[in-house]
Design a protein around this ligand. Structure first.
Ligand code: CP
Ligand code: NVA
Length: 321
């Protein structure tokens, strides 16, 4: 059985720490690991737009000694109705891992069910777990470093403001709880997290010493938080939906005043919309670590791929959920 990374809780707490420690190692010596030497090929497929994910996976696979095969999935026969199962059968006979950005989570779950090589979620409508690894690495990097182990993340708080029902919010819930963090989501009514994902995050937090809060009050969420995070109010595929404008989300805009209440750092997965979910003053200001965060996509994903290829026979946490 290959290991897959389809959602944040596919890595248990100890496993997540191993991946983050390796990410730190790779950030200090980019060419320290060559698990794809050969070169072995990794397929990197996109059903949606991407800048960071595309560049970081393509660069990362090359730096691991492999050959990245970047494809617009819509330009393959998938786009003309070939099934996910048949596509996966072909891919897994040739490549060493598959990275896919797609729409519904059920699509990547279906691919994983047919794959004999690791499948990695490069963003679905429900989760963006690779981004959260990079974010956790970034928070640790700016709060004393992963070398200090648990102290870097466990017990620290992160506050996410905005669309509480999108992929980033869901991944912060699961990934942050796995890291033992105090995860606070501030979102308007009607944009709260999926109850099943929230329940899973609470279940994880109970085992890691973390905590999970959902509130409509952004000030309550950010008070004393080590990190304040946000994301676009309109995720890919939601363009044109009603109720996604300032009338709903403006109280959740990350402003200098909210950052002062936090006293922590600012993160954004990017792309950012200045004047919407965050002011230019904040994202371009001294508390912002968004460029480190973007760079850490490279290190975190190289660590993840290395780790997955190193752990082919163990069962994933997914089997326990
Ligand atoms: N943060 C992120 O995933 O960026 P891209 O959509 O540009 O890949
Ligand atoms: N929530 C955003 C994240 C982009 C990286 C989206 O899905 O469009």
């Amino acid at each position: 059985m290959p290991r897959h990374f389809l959602r944040d809780d596919d890595l248990g707490p100890a496993e997540q720490k191993q991946v983050l420690a390796l990410a730190l190692e790779l950030s200090q010596d980019r060419f320290a690991r060559r698990p794809l030497e050969g070169p072995r090929t990794v397929a990197i497929l996109f059903d949606k737009s991407s800048t960071r994910t595309r560049i970081s996976f393509a660069t990362g696979v090359a730096e691991l000694g492999g050959s990245p095969l970047v494809m617009e999935a819509g330009a393959s026969q998938l786009g003309r109705g070939e099934s996910i199962a048949d596509t996966t059968e072909v891919l897994t006979r040739m490549v060493s891992a598959i990275v896919w950005r797609t729409f519904g989570q059920e699509r990547i779950e279906e691919m994983a069910a047919h794959a004999t090589v690791p499948v990695v979620n490069a963003l679905t409508d429900e989760f963006h777990p690779c981004q959260i690894l990079a974010d956790l690495q970034t928070i640790a990097q700016h709060t004393g470093g992963l070398a200090e182990g648990d102290a870097a993340l466990a017990g620290r708080s992160l506050a996410y403001l905005g669309d509480g029902a999108n992929n980033m919010a869901h991944s912060y819930l699961l990934g942050g709880a796995t890291a033992g963090m105090d995860v606070r989501i501030a979102a308007p009514a009607g944009h709260r997290p999926d109850p099943a994902i929230l329940a899973r995050a609470e279940q994880i937090a109970a085992t890691t010493g973390g905590a999970v809060t959902v509130t409509e009050d952004p000030r309550e969420a950010v008070a004393g938080a080590s990190a304040v995070l946000t994301d676009t109010w309109v995720s890919m595929g939601q363009e044109g939906e009603d109720g996604r404008g300032e009338e709903t989300f403006s109280p959740y805009q990350v402003t200098a005043e909210l950052m002062e209440l936090s006293g922590g750092m600012f993160l954004h997965c990017l792309p950012a919309y200045r004047g919407k979910e965050v002011t230019a003053e904040v994202i371009d200001g001294p508390a912002s670590v968004v460029w480190d965060e973007a760079e850490n996509r490279l290190h975190a994903q190289k660590a993840l791929l290395t780790w997955l290829l190193d752990h082919p026979d163990e069962r994933t946490a997914a089997h326990a959920r």
